[in-house]
Design a protein around this ligand. Structure first.
Ligand code: 5GP
Ligand code: MN
Length: 345
């Protein structure tokens, strides 16, 4: 009783291309998150079970709390090995593009993707898919790309072919893109799918712990420091800001991914519906936005920080100093003040 949301012609075309392909390459976006890796590894394992020759490539490294997923050691990281990456692109005759909408989102891999003559299949849940794909399966109303991977296998009558490993990766992606099923997760069919995954032997409690109860001491102390020393609350605007300078990060021996999920914490404050995390990097300032309810963080991100994403979870970039980024943010909240003031949960 799962709705068949995927267009039949696209689904048929997808499996026909898979059947005809000799070397498949799966790609996903910069700074891969749980959904990007979950969807990619799920498809990777599924295609391997079908005896396909398949590789998985990501633009740059991913956080340590995702490395428990089977197959994560097989992933080629473009940034670390561009020569090997070039060879793989040269040989691929079918490329899956998962959890991103346009080539720009794969950073340094974008030119390889754009030049490749391989067929390209997009499976994604961001708005505005680009025009370089042969098959487009784009569903912005679905909360994760991992859920889409499940749906396309299920709808094609391939549920039997899903093993525990595939199911674990799908579950991880569905869980992380909904903050452990705390936002974007009111579609009843999500829980139908979870039930079908549990039947494959997924241990959902273990997966939750592996992802969320896996902080290093440094990371836990950095969270405490951020919330106590680097937070500003705008009560009338139902908004909270946290930020970290490079210096702050150095003090806590920051590693990639250490601040993943920090942006969600200020939403625990009563009446806060818009949370922003501003983090200084070597070459830019990175911003993460989260909201509860109807406040469109993606519009905010696009208007003030050349970014985008989903209504309740988006991001952007600022090229300039941290203090200028903070000032730009205040300009943004001033612009949205009326809207923010009038919003409640
Ligand atoms: P996060 O805050 O977890 O880094 O990103 C949340 C979501 O915002 C991502 O899934 C992605 O859709 C979007 N996003 C993050 N950074 C950017 C960005 O710089 N540009 C665009 N267009 N989207 C972003
Ligand atoms: Mn996603």
């Amino acid at each position: 009783p799962l709705s068949e949301i995927i267009e039949k012609a696209a689904l048929q075309r997808l499996f026909k291309l898979v059947e005809r392909s000799r070397q498949i390459l799966i790609t996903t976006h910069l700074s891969p998150d749980g959904d990007a890796l979950g969807a990619s590894l799920a498809l990777y394992h599924y295609l391997k079970l079908q005896q396909k020759d398949v590789r998985l490539m990501v633009p740059n490294s991913f956080p340590y709390f995702l490395k428990w997923m089977k197959g994560s050691d097989d992933i080629l990281i473009h940034e670390y090995n561009p020569k090997a990456a070039q060879v793989i692109f040269d040989h691929a005759d079918l490329i899956f593009c998962l959890d991103y909408n346009i080539p720009k989102r794969v950073g340094g891999m974008a030119p390889l993707l754009e030049k490749s003559s391989a067929h390209k299949i997009l499976v994604d849940h961001h708005l505005f898919p680009g025009d370089i794909f042969d098959v487009v399966i784009s569903h912005p109303a679905i909360s994760s790309t991992s859920e889409l991977i499940f749906r396309l296998l299920y709808q094609a009558g391939r549920y039997e072919g899903i093993d525990r490993t595939v199911a674990e990766c799908i579950y991880c992606g569905m869980m992380t893109d909904t903050g452990g099923f705390t936002f974007n997760s009111n579609n009843p069919e999500i829980y139908l799918i979870i039930s079908l995954l549990l039947r494959k032997g997924v241990d959902k409690d273990r997966i939750y712990s592996l992802v969320y109860n896996n902080l290093t001491e440094d990371r836990f102390r950095l969270l405490g420091f951020t919330l106590s020393q680097r937070m500003k609350v705008y009560p009338e605007l139902h908004t909270a800001l946290i930020w970290l300078s490079l210096e702050d990060q150095k003090q806590f021996r920051y590693n990639k991914g250490d601040t993943e999920g920090f942006v969600n914490y200020p939403l625990s404050i009563k009446d806060i519906i818009f949370s922003v995390f501003i983090r200084e990097e070597e070459e830019m300032v990175k911003l993460s936005f989260r909201s509860q309810g109807s406040f469109p963080t993606n519009e905010f991100a696009a208007q003030f920080f050349q970014g985008g994403g989903h209504l309740n979870a988006s991001g952007g970039e600022f090229f300039g100093s941290l203090s200028d980024a903070l000032a730009r943010f205040e300009e943004g909240v001033a612009h949205y003040a009326d809207k923010l003031r009038s919003i409640s949960r």
